[in-house]
Design a protein around this ligand. Structure first.
Ligand SMILES: Cc1cc2nc3c(=O)[nH]c(=O)nc-3n(C[C@H](O)[C@H](O)[C@H](O)COP(=O)(O)OP(=O)(O)OC[C@H]3O[C@@H](n4cnc5c(N)ncnc54)[C@H](O)[C@@H]3O)c2cc1C
Ligand SMILES: NC(=O)c1ccc[n+]([C@@H]2O[C@H](COP(=O)([O-])OP(=O)(O)OC[C@H]3O[C@@H](n4cnc5c(N)ncnc54)[C@H](OP(=O)(O)O)[C@@H]3O)[C@@H](O)[C@H]2O)c1
Length: 536
């Protein structure tokens, strides 16, 4: 009788798959059975119960290991969802977020997704950078499990609880600040309209530290409100929950992009081709190629002559969301006040001039003495180094300079001995040099050790802060090697990534490292809190 040699143990899973030996054994058994490989494979199947338990753990292992590759604010939503395909639902929910970790929803992207998944947060419409696209995707994903009870988290959740926050500490519990003043930061001739804004906090009970953001609830432009009332065709004093329609439209609802639910409402109250059109718009289609121009007023005009019930109309709109602004002052040098640096958003779309709600509220409509609902959003990972002797490098083009004005004021007020280097840039040196006199004074006082400027439209070629960084890369590396902390603030979509790339190149060139080592060096700076970002 001859014996066949034992078969080598067969594994159907790649070596790199993130499973424990037990999980690997069960999964191999499962796949072997499914593929009809039989007992000869050397693989043993576990019971269904053990398998399920191991698979649940495997899910957790995948989550721990997945590194959220979709967490990139420049990646389109469809690509992010593709990367998250096959992952647990809450990871797909995270991939649907705007990926900026901007805090406008009151969470970071992962915590917001977790809060929805574990049913700690009922609102799906809080992601400002993601807008309608994110809301639509979250609704679809939520429907996958919406009716079931909240799953128990594998470990205690570390999600910040929004509703229990103290007065003025979260978007759910604002207090009143008082608008004091605005001053234009650009000189005549600039293409930009940026304002230095001051608000009084003395009666609000609010305090803050540099690095925090200030959240404000704006009101809508009265001219837009009147246009909506006129187009909608209801009396301005029509009572909605005891308040006149005009007040509700001014203070409580968003008049920006028309929500899907509004088109749904139109589809219920009309028929024929217009119903079909409204249905198509409600499901995210663009039947007439004009969806990008359809704010609430645009939607009413598109369905002119059809008038839904005013209460149902208001119900179909999104609530007014607060907007965050980086704080540009230090309470140590300006107690009881908060300063902001606000770029007024104005653009033409379709036939109308559009206004950013909050930036033009602060930049144009709020009068001195006006009370503004506001709160302080504590920065999670954006703060001066604990040791005042640590050097800092601040990179903040445009309104990104705001928190660095605050840092410099703080360092001056506390006589911090650490060196301070600011990279600022904007379009034109003649018109857009924000806080020029102040920075000149801070240079003279030797608080601002070094000021590096980049004017993007002064020359023939664009020249950005990261170009200036590369020019002075050797010195920048020397500061870094000496333990300096790096801060970046401003545009999230392009600038923040380009600046990071420049820093990697500088580390590679002047720190004599290969590119992958330089990438790891910068990643390590981030991990140690030596590279912090406040981007939007
Ligand atoms: C953490 C954080 C810090 C921030 N700090 C600052 C700061 O210090 N200073 C500052 O100015 N802002 C800052 N912002 C941005 C700020 O919160 C607002 O998003 C910004 O002021 C615009 O808000 P708004 O209400 O005026 O405009 P909205 O009414 O929200 O309109 C803005 C929207 O209009 C659309 N839009 C804008 N321009 C165009 C265009 N040309 N064509 C078509 N559509 C367009 C875009 O969809 C855009 O999202 C910060 C944001 C975050 C998250
Ligand atoms: N929708 C967009 O595409 C877009 C783009 C930028 C900013 N924003 C938003 O506009 C608001 C206000 O912006 P802001 O007033 O702070 O100024 P900003 O528009 O961010 O511009 C500040 C400076 O940064 C330059 N810049 C543009 N792209 C850059 C890049 N990839 N890397 C480095 N610098 C770059 C600009 O140059 P040039 O203008 O000459 O290119 C300008 O000199 C913010 O909310 C911001 O997020 C939106």
């Amino acid at each position: 009788m001859t014996h066949s040699p034992p078969l080598p143990k067969l594994s159907l899973l790649p070596e790199s798959a993130p499973f424990t030996p037990e999980q690997r054994a069960w999964l191999d058994g499962f796949f072997a059975a499914a593929l009809g490989l039989g007992d000869g494979s050397g693989i043993t199947a576990l019971s269904a119960q053990d398998g399920a338990a191991l698979l649940a753990d495997a899910g957790a292992a995948i989550e721990q290991d997945d590194g959220a590759p979709w967490h990139d604010q420049t990646m389109p939503l469809a690509d992010r969802l593709k990367l998250a395909d096959g992952r647990p639902l809450r990871r797909r929910m995270m991939a649907a977020m705007g990926q900026q970790d901007c805090g406008q929803c009151g969470y970071n992207c992962q915590d917001y997704a977790d809060a929805i998944f574990y049913k700690k947060e009922a609102k799906l419409n809080l992601c400002v950078p993601g807008g309608k696209e994110t809301l639509r995707t979250l609704r679809t994903l939520f429907d996958e499990f919406g009716a079931t009870a909240a799953p128990a988290p594998a470990a205690p959740l570390a999600i910040p609880v929004q509703t229990a926050a103290a007065a003025g500490r979260s978007r759910d519990n604002p207090v009143e600040a008082v608008f004091v003043s605005r001053a234009r930061l650009n000189k005549p001739g600039s293409a930009k309209e940026t304002w230095h804004i001051e608000l009084d906090l003395s009666d609000s009970g609010l305090d803050y530290v540099v690095g925090d953001c200030f959240g404000i609830f704006p009101t809508n432009d009265p001219a837009l409100v009147e246009a909506v009332i006129k187009a909608f065709g209801a009396p301005a004093d029509f009572p909605i929950g005891g308040r006149p329609l005009r007040q509700v439209l001014t203070e409580e609802v968003a008049l920006g992009p028309a929500p899907d639910v509004l088109f749904q409402l139109y589809s219920y109250v009309t028929g024929g081709a217009r119903r079909q059109k409204a249905q198509a718009l409600a499901s995210g289609e663009d039947p007439d190629g004009d969806v990008a121009t359809l704010d609430v007023l645009g939607a009413i005009e598109k369905f002119a002559g059809i008038r839904p019930d005013p209460e149902a109309f208001i119900e179909a709109l999104e609530p007014m969301q607060p907007r965050l602004f980086s704080i540009a002052s230090s309470p140590k040098s300006n107690p009881g006040r908060v300063a902001l640096t606000v770029d007024a958003v104005r653009y033409r779309l379709g036939k109308r001039q559009r206004l950013g709600v909050a930036s033009t509220f602060l930049g144009e409509r709020a009068a001195p003495g006006r009370k503004v609902n506001a709160y302080v959003q504590r920065a999670q990972h954006f703060a001066l180094p604990p040791d005042p002797a640590t050097a800092i490098i601040m990179i903040g083009p445009g309104t990104g300079v705001a928190p660095f004005r605050a840092f410099l004021h703080e360092r001056m007020a506390t006589k911090a001995p650490g060196r301070n280097w600011l990279f600022f840039g904007h379009q034109h040196s003649d018109y857009d040099f924000f806080y020029e006199d102040e920075f000149t004074g801070l240079r003279a006082a030797q608080v601002l050790t070094r000021l590096s400027l980049a004017w993007s439209r002064d020359g023939e070629q664009k020249f950005y802060v990261q170009d200036r960084m590369r020019e002075v890369g050797r010195d920048l590396w020397a500061w870094l090697a000496d333990g300096a902390h790096v801060y970046v603030c401003g545009d999230a979509k392009h600038m923040a990534k380009d600046v990071e790339r420049a820093l990697v190149d500088i580390v590679a060139q002047f720190g004599a490292r290969k590119t992958d080592e330089a990438i790891a060096f910068v990643a390590d700076l981030k991990k140690r809190g030596r590279y912090q970002q406040d981007v939007y």
